[in-house]
Design a protein around this ligand. Structure first.
Ligand code: GDP
Ligand code: ZN
Length: 325
């Protein structure tokens, strides 16, 4: 019988569940990672297993909202049946960072997946996502798939555009296997969000990396299956204990952060920030100001034209956004 039905049959499900488990909870606190919240329970990964955890009284009263990726201290307890491991969450470990959309915590990196061709890379979207990542204190990683479809020169052109940013760049092909080891290494032991338009090869890439990806929610996802379209949910995949990947649609319509100010934007372009101290004005926005080191670097080819053009487009957007508030 599913947990949901159990609850229905019982007038005071939460209390009963706590009584059932409280006597059996481990003394030791373990640090685990929240994979998913579902139906009032949180699924905590710890030491290769998944624990269905309830919240202890104080967290429930405080209405603490846990996110996938959250680290928590929990006690291991008895599961609802022999197949389920249970537990109770005691405490949230302070977050390193937190995204609102998709709602996840403690991200290590945003993997921006594009195809080198079919479809051609959308540099505006890539740069928008790098701004978004850095605003949220997450490292952007650029991954270009379908390397088999273009020449080495085409790859080098992209590598040149992004080299001054310092962002990690990987080229790969799920067809030839080129670069797949590099992608694996880049994901290993980290919590990544994978962003990319459909058709760039997300599913092919995940398959190429491993056939052992698990929908991190296990059984829960099956129950979720029916109602999947109703929730704005994150799909979390797990390769091993510490390698997590959230796949999320909807990044292509991303707007710039609402509270991003115009003077902050250029700081999210690392190759601009590195030159700011050489601009005549400390407040230089690298647009109309004289003696601008960024515009000089653009002329020298040390800053890519596409990066600069996208910066100006975003600057316009930020200014429009400021006006509308
Ligand atoms: P998704 O929509 O991002 O999940 O993309 P898919 O994994 O479904 O791939 C979209 C299309 O691109 C499919 O026809 C794949 O066979 C193809 N594809 C994926 N990776 C590569 C690649 O590295 N090279 C080439 N030539 N085609 C690829
Ligand atoms: Zn400047």
């Amino acid at each position: 019988m599913s947990r949901k039905n159990d609850k229905k049959a019982n007038k005071q499900p939460n209390m009963v569940y706590e009584q059932e488990t409280s006597d059996n909870l481990s003394e030791t606190l373990h640090e685990g990672t929240i994979i998913k919240g579902y139906s009032g329970f949180y699924y905590v990964a710890f030491d290769g297993e998944l624990y269905e955890c309830s919240l202890r009284g104080k967290n429930r009263q405080k209405k603490v909202k846990f996110l996938p990726g959250d680290k928590v201290l929990f006690r291991i307890g008895k599961g609802v049946d022999d197949d389920t491991r249970g537990g109770a969450i005691e405490e949230l470990v302070p977050r390193k960072n937190e995204l609102v959309r998709p709602p996840v915590a403690n991200l290590d990196q945003l993997v921006i997946l594009s195809a080198l061709a079919d479809p051609a890379p959308d540099l505006r979207l890539i740069d928008r996502l790098t701004v978004f990542a850095q605003w949220n204190e997450v490292t952007p990683v650029l991954c270009f798939n379908k390397a088999d479809l273009v020449t080495k020169e085409a790859q080098e052109k992209l590598a040149e555009i992004y080299a001054p940013t310092g962002f990690p760049v990987v080229f790969c092909s799920t067809v030839t296997g080129e670069g797949i080891e590099e992608v694996k290494a880049m994901l290993h032991g980290k919590f990544s969000v994978l962003a990319g338009n459909s058709g760039v090869g997300k599913s092919s890439l995940m398959n190429a990396i491993s056939d052992r990806w698990q929908l991190a929610t296990g059984q829960v996802s099956e129950k979720l299956g029916r109602g999947r379209h109703t929730t704005r949910h994150v799909e979390l995949f797990q390769l091993d204990q510490n390698t997590l990947l959230a796949d999320t649609p909807g990044f292509s319509t991303l707007t710039l952060p609402e509270d991003l100010k115009r003077e902050e934007l250029s700081r999210l372009f690392p190759e601009f920030l590195a030159r700011l101290s050489d601009c005549r004005f400390a407040t230089c926005m690298h647009k109309n100001e004289p003696d601008c080191a960024v515009k000089e670097a653009l002329t020298n080819g040390e800053v890519a034209q596409s990066r600069y053009d996208n910066y100006l487009a975003f600057l316009e957007e930020v200014i429009q956004q400021e006006r509308s508030f």
